[in-house]
Design a protein around this ligand. Structure first.
Ligand SMILES: [Zn+2]
Length: 396
């Protein structure tokens, strides 16, 4: 059994929107899971990290990525993007479709092709922990003509999410509803492209009228990805539906502000999730999830602890994942971070409220340090967590 102890914790963010902060000064990890909050006196461990008063927060969950082949994305011809996102705090990512596979003809997507593409993505990009990150790939692009045998293949491939993006929803309502039910029976959730068409030019315009009858599990990038639905449609979504509403880095800032304010005013933040909707036309954004938190907190004036919970626990839960919350028994996917050198913030909460990027010193996934003492993507934190000598510690 391998054990890790993190001591001298300042702020502690749980990732649970209902109680997003807690008073916790140390955390014990055993075999990849959180074994105790506030260690019993005399606890020792194989590895000890002194947080030096920095904050602990859950690893961030990017609910909307577009992988292609492992760490390579053809959209901006970038290699190593997943590792770079890890250094921006993302420890779990969920594919919203492998539509950037080079050469894919959006005008000719037969059911067997989209199913096979998801199987291949699941068996390649989704099989390996690239840079240690938990990547859920193999999200099919739903098209007309699919049958139960296709859905069975997807379930066998470990698919957790299916995407309506090129599907002509208004012309095939019955078929779309049959898909949603058949996928749910197999434990697969549905996500729908909303707003105007995306860079592909082949996605469909989708607003309240369609979403109101389709009732997906998650309405993707509700404030634009990149083009939002109308303000009126967004208001109706908030007021008259109850499914998950996602905001992405690819969206329209003004619409995001309106949406988030309406969710906050009506006590519905539990419905909000986050993603980057990258790699894609918006780019490759290693610090994208951190920047989403900053926008929610500094511009939308959401309490920073709640913004962190939206970026972790909320997004994980909406996709049926067991990560994103820091509680006993949960996977030890977590970040040690604090204000960066020169920030106006005195604590992580204060820095985020100012809109200042946090500085990350460590990231753990399943209890293993995957970013060690200094993120390659954030500026240096004012205080840096570090290893303490411990018997058997391979890093000291
Ligand atoms: Zn997308």
């Amino acid at each position: 059994m391998s054990t890790t102890l993190i001591t001298n914790i300042g702020e502690f963010f749980t990732g649970d929107l209902a109680a997003p902060e807690a008073s916790v000064s140390s955390l014990l990890i055993e075999d990849g899971k959180i074994a105790a909050l506030d260690r019993p006196a005399g606890t020792t461990a194989d590895l000890i990290v002194d947080a030096e008063g920095a904050a602990i927060l859950p690893g961030l969950v990017d609910g909307h990525i577009h992988p292609a082949f492992g760490e390579w994305t053809p959209t901006q011809d970038t290699i190593g993007w997943i590792g770079n996102y890890l250094h921006g705090g993302s420890t779990t990512m969920v594919s919203a479709g492998e539509l950037h596979t080079p050469g894919l003809d959006y005008a000719n997507l037969p059911p067997n092709l989209v199913t096979s593409l998801a199987e291949v993505a699941g068996a390649t990009t989704g099989r390996v922990r690239w840079s240690g990150v938990k990547v859920h790939a193999g999200t099919p692009l739903l098209v007309p003509g699919m049958t139960d045998s296709h859905f069975d293949r997807l379930a066998d491939a470990g698919t957790i999410l299916a995407k309506f993006i090129f599907f002509p929803l208004e012309d095939n309502k019955g078929e779309a509803l049959r898909y949603s039910a058949a996928l749910r029976e197999r434990g697969i959730r549905t996500k729908v492209h909303t707003g105007g068409v995306s860079r592909s030019g082949s996605s469909r315009i989708c607003g309240y009228d369609t979403l109101s009858w389709l009732k997906p599990d998650i309405a993707a990038h509700v404030s634009g990805g990149p083009i939002p639905m109308s303000d009126g449609d967004m208001d109706e979504l908030v007021d008259r539906t109850d499914f998950t509403l996602e905001v992405c880095s690819s969206g329209n800032y003004r619409s995001t502000l309106l949406l988030v304010h309406r969710l906050m005013e009506t006590g519905q933040l539990h419905r909000l999730t986050l993603g980057t909707d990258t790699p894609g036309g918006t780019g490759v954004i290693p610090r994208g999830m951190l920047r989403n938190i900053l926008f929610l907190a500094a511009i939308c004036e959401m309490p920073p602890a709640e913004a962190i919970a939206v970026a972790s626990g909320n997004t994980a839960k909406a996709h049926g994942l067991d990560v994103g919350v820091l509680e006993v028994g949960a996977p030890a996917d977590l970040i040690i971070a604090g204000p960066v050198q020169g920030s106006a913030g005195t604590t992580l909460t204060d820095a985020i409220a100012h809109g200042d990027l946090p500085g990350i010193s460590f990231v753990f996934i399943d209890g293993k340090p995957v970013v060690k003492t200094r993120s390659g993507q954030t500026p240096p934190p004012a205080v840096t967590a570090h290893y303490l000598d411990a018997p058997g510690c391979p890093f000291c």
